[in-house]
Design a protein around this ligand. Structure first.
Ligand SMILES: NC(=O)c1ccc[n+]([C@@H]2O[C@H](COP(=O)([O-])OP(=O)(O)OC[C@H]3O[C@@H](n4cnc5c(N)ncnc54)[C@H](O)[C@@H]3O)[C@@H](O)[C@H]2O)c1
Length: 475
């Protein structure tokens, strides 16, 4: 499961050979080495800009200052008034951006409040902010744009300008990915303004290293606003259940939830009991060897969770592939994939919604970019992974009524046993055809799941977030 080209392209000799031959870049991404920090952006500078009537200046300043970032501004920037006003009100010290020659003081992230854009002409402000600065963002830096969703605009010009941001972000992500820089857009519903600190922290942090070119709507419906308070070990005292936890992505999810304080119950097929025990032993997790498609699986999971007082977090990760072109696909391939990846999730949730979930529970389902873009030979798998996206949208209001949320993570190419089993050529293409030029690691999916499982994502419900390095499949 190692990516030899990534090693080669980052060696001194390999780098110069790759550059001279025009081979694809595969930057070494800076991933978080430990759990959530109280001030993940300490000693980092963030350049903040916004359009003249930007509505999120105060929330953004609060989020950046709270995360420990030094906030820089462009003194000549026309959209500064709301930022300066909010900084004065909050007693936050703004610094002018350093000159181009002072690379050490350069901002690692460029954040732009685009909520005030009103039409095509106003998009010029976005160009002016980013155009001359984007080349100076250091490797593994961040671009984050915030807007209102297009549907929130009553006039056609405002709606069109908001939609234009999606194309801007997706295109810029493809330009700067070779430096490991990520570019994302948060579409903030007004009810989510006070909950912005969590997503801003996450997307600017090293926990989000493999997420780029994405648009995350923060529009609810979601539970009553709970501004961010728990910064470290936010899942302390929470009970989390993870299916398919013996290996691969599921094992990383279990370990990452435990890293943030959760008591994890890991489920996997009985024949994986040994591997499951080994994985869970590292963080005192509890194992439940069980085939999730078994008729008694929902009841047994509910019973196990009952002993712990119910679940705060449920992660539906177990999944299988049985690939064949449809014309050659035997019906048992169809049935197996539909049952493990889709049917079992609904049956288990139906049971837990009646008996086994605590109020405020967070549910996370693992989808796939194969459910968004589709893949030849994966009609069964693609159907299940698209179905999961529809399912989280449909169930979001129900979870909101209970004070919780349900979201999906759609991985791209991730280095696991599942992808190691692919034929060599599609495997290499799957890895390299992305803005970041490499496959992700199980920890990248685990970080996104942990985001949705905890207080940082209080404003997300019914969303599907692709974690794929902006893989060109289904982009
Ligand atoms: N690896 C990727 O590139 C990738 C991409 C997109 C989506 N995904 C999704 O991520 C999830 C995890 O994938 P992975 O790559 O870690 O796979 P994996 O095959 O390495 O691990 C899957 C785990 O699920 C378990 N499992 C399978 N069927 C089960 C059942 N009936 N009951 C209980 N456990 C069962 C397996 O035993 C295994 O431990 C899957 O839903 C997969 O579809 C993976």
């Amino acid at each position: 499961m190692s990516d030899r080209y990534l090693e080669f392209a980052n060696s001194p000799l390999g780098k110069s050979i790759a550059t001279s031959l025009g081979l694809p870049a595969a930057p070494r991404l800076r991933r978080a080495k430990s759990g959530y920090a109280a001030q993940p952006l300490a000693e980092r500078a963030v350049l903040l800009g916004g359009s003249g009537k930007g509505e999120l200046a105060a929330q953004l300043l609060g989020a950046l200052d709270g995360a420990g970032a030094g906030v820089q501004i462009v003194p000549t920037h026309p959209g500064l008034a709301p930022i300066k006003h909010a900084a004065a009100a909050a007693g936050i010290n703004l610094k002018s951006e350093p000159g181009a020659e002072d690379r050490a003081a350069a901002a690692f992230a460029l954040v732009y409040d685009a909520t005030g854009l009103s039409g095509p002409a106003s998009l010029r402000e976005l160009y002016d902010f980013y155009q001359s600065r984007v080349g100076r963002i250091p490797g593994s830096g961040r671009v984050l744009v915030l807007s209102r969703a297009p549907a929130e605009y009553k006039d056609a010009a405002g709606r069109a300008a908001s939609q234009a941001l999606r194309g801007f972000v997706r295109s810029l992500a493809k330009e700067v990915g070779k430096k490991g820089i990520t570019v994302n857009l948060l579409e903030v519903g007004r009810a989510a303004d006070e909950l912005l600190a969590g997503p801003v922290r996450f997307f600017l942090s090293e926990h989000a290293a493999f997420i780029t070119g994405q648009v995350l709507p923060l529009a609810g419906p979601f539970a009553a606003a709970r501004p961010l308070q728990e910064f470290t070990s936010p899942l302390g005292g929470k009970v989390a259940v993870v299916t398919g936890a013996a290996r691969g992505i599921g094992a990383a999810i279990a370990a990452t939830l435990a890293r943030e304080g959760a008591q994890v119950v890991g489920i996997d097929r009985p024949q994986e009991e040994g591997a499951l025990g080994q994985t869970l032993a590292a963080f005192n997790g509890l194992g439940l060897p069980l085939d999730i498609t078994a008729a008694d699986a929902p009841a047994r999971i509910a019973q196990e969770l009952g002993k712990l007082g119910g679940a705060d977090i449920v992660v539906h990760n177990a999944g299988i592939t049985r690939d064949k072109m449809l014309k050659n696909m035997p019906s048992h391939f169809w049935d197996q994939v539909l049952d493990v990846n889709f049917g079992a999730i609904l049956r288990i949730n139906d049971k837990l919604l009646a008996d086994g979930l605590k109020d405020g529970a967070r549910l996370v389902c693992i989808s796939s970019i194969g459910g968004i873009g589709g893949n030849a030979g994966q009609t069964n798998y693609g159907a299940t992974k698209a179905g999961v996206i529809g399912y989280v949208e449909a169930l979001a209001p129900e979870l909101a009524r209970r004070g919780g949320a349900i979201n999906a993570v759609a991985p791209g190419f991730i280095e696991t046993q599942m992808t190691a089993a692919m034929p060599a050529v599609p495997r290499e293409v799957g890895r390299r055809l992305s803005s970041l030029g490499q496959g992700g690691l199980p920890i990248d999916i685990a970080e996104a799941v942990t985001f949705f499982a905890g207080p940082l994502a209080a404003a997300a419900n019914g969303c599907t977030l692709r974690v794929c390095g902006q893989n060109y499949f289904g982009a």
